[in-house]
Design a protein around this ligand. Structure first.
Ligand SMILES: [Zn+2]
Ligand SMILES: [Zn+2]
Ligand SMILES: [Zn+2]
Length: 190
């Protein structure tokens, strides 16, 4: 049971799962996952089977994870070491990505990273995107209408303004009605 009063804007560390195949001197290999609780197959010489397992396992972690819109970029938290050539200032939506270099074929990284870092990462596949966060605090404060000043400055005689306007509309109404009647009457009679 979780009674967490965490606000949606509170940032949490970006998650990362790493599935890795480690080779041994006898040409066998083992698969390991960064989550200690995960059950891994036994050490084996069938590298193809281990790779298939590792890929499936990484995909399963990605599928089980819901991208959190308020997660910090995992790449940024690692000093953007995954893309040293291009500096980035973490920004934008949070994406769930898979990093896997098929030519090496040994490491699968599933990570929550920001929209800015994601395209800079080598061998990256975007798996999911955080749904737009409902940010009650992020609404621009300028949209809130400013309180009207209690006393309008420089308004010397407020009584003449509205009175004048009313008399003008009254005469306009009268003058509009008058010619209409005048025109209609002779038309009907003839
Ligand atoms: Zn795992
Ligand atoms: Zn980065
Ligand atoms: Zn980032």
């Amino acid at each position: 049971m979780t009674t967490c009063n965490e606000t949606p804007t509170e940032r949490v560390p970006g998650r990362a799962w790493t599935v890795r195949i480690t080779g041994h001197s006898d040409r066998s290999a083992t698969v390991s996952c960064s989550t200690p609780a995960c059950r891994m197959p036994a050490r084996s010489k069938d590298l193809a089977a281990l790779r298939a397992f590792a890929a499936r396992h990484a995909a399963a972690h990605a599928k089980a994870a819901t991208v959190r819109p308020h997660a910090w970029c995992h790449c940024g938290s690692q000093g953007c070491a995954a893309h040293p050539e291009t500096a980035a200032h973490c920004a934008g939506a949070v994406l769930l990505v898979l990093r896997h270099d098929p030519t090496v074929g040994r490491v699968w990284n599933v990570e929550e990273v920001c929209e800015t870092c994601a395209p800079l990462l080598p061998n990256v596949t975007v798996l999911a995107r955080a749904t737009r966060p409902r940010r009650p605090t992020a609404q621009p404060t300028t949209a809130v209408p400013a309180a009207r000043p209690a006393v309008p400055g420089g308004f010397s005689s407020p009584a003449t303004g509205p009175a004048e306007a009313e008399s003008r509309t009254a005469t306009a109404r009268r003058s509009r009605r008058a010619p209409q009647r005048a025109r209609r009457r002779p038309g009907r009679n003839r």
